[in-house]
Design a protein around this ligand. Structure first.
Ligand code: GAR
Length: 186
């Protein structure tokens, strides 16, 4: 049995898609959902499927073994970042070499780095009059959005698309591809 731990800071639509994707798969399970926000909607989504959750602070992530202990306790072999907005500390990257995967809502290496998340990304893409955006699924290393790319998918942007419209197009790509790409790398 391969066990996945999902980190998320917000709504958790990607987390829920991954949970649903693996519900019927006997060899893989989402064992734990972790968040740095105690009011993140992702926690409600996890509880709906009876998946254990853990909330931690930024300080606990950086300076304690709370998070890694929980990952070990649930036997997670893959960590998925699904809208997780804190930097993963180096000790965790060393504990999970090539086993931490992130989704970014743009075509890296463009529109990545500190502060580039969620709507900030889509606003920047529209302001720069890009005609394409998309998703990047990549391994996590010690730099923001800079690990090896596993997969990208693109969508067209029309001249009058708002950041909200681009977000919707990107979310559609996330729903189609993210769970399947996780399955393919397991
Ligand atoms: C997703 O669009 C994901 O790509 C993005 O946050 C959103 C989370 O949505 N991640 C980043 O911006 C990371 N830099 P969700 O909570 O509904 O899954």
């Amino acid at each position: 049995m391969t066990r996945i731990a999902i980190f998320a800071s917000g709504s958790g639509s990607n987390a829920e898609n991954i949970i649903l994707h693996f519900r019927e798969n006997k060899g893989v399970e989402v064992a734990l959902v972790l968040s740095n926000k105690s009011d993140a909607f992702v926690l409600e989504r996890a509880e709906k499927y009876s998946i254990p959750t853990l909330v931690f602070t930024h300080d606990e992530l950086k300076n304690s073994s709370k998070v890694v202990d929980a990952l070990k306790e649930c036997n997670a072999s893959i960590v998925v970042l699904a809208g997780f907005l804190l930097k993963i500390p180096e000790y965790m990257i060393r504990s999970y070499p090539n086993a931490i995967v992130n989704i970014h809502p743009a075509l890296l290496p463009k529109y990545g780095g500190k502060g580039m998340y969620g709507m900030n990304v889509h606003r920047a893409v529209v302001e720069n009059k890009e005609r394409k955006s998309g998703i990047t699924i990549h391994y996590v290393n010690e730099y923001y959005d800079a690990g090896a790319i596993i997969f990208q998918a693109t969508c067209d942007i029309d001249v009058d698309d708002s950041p909200e419209v681009v977000q919707k197009k990107v979310q559609e790509l996330e729903a189609i591809h993210f769970p399947k790409i996780i399955e393919s790398i397991i």
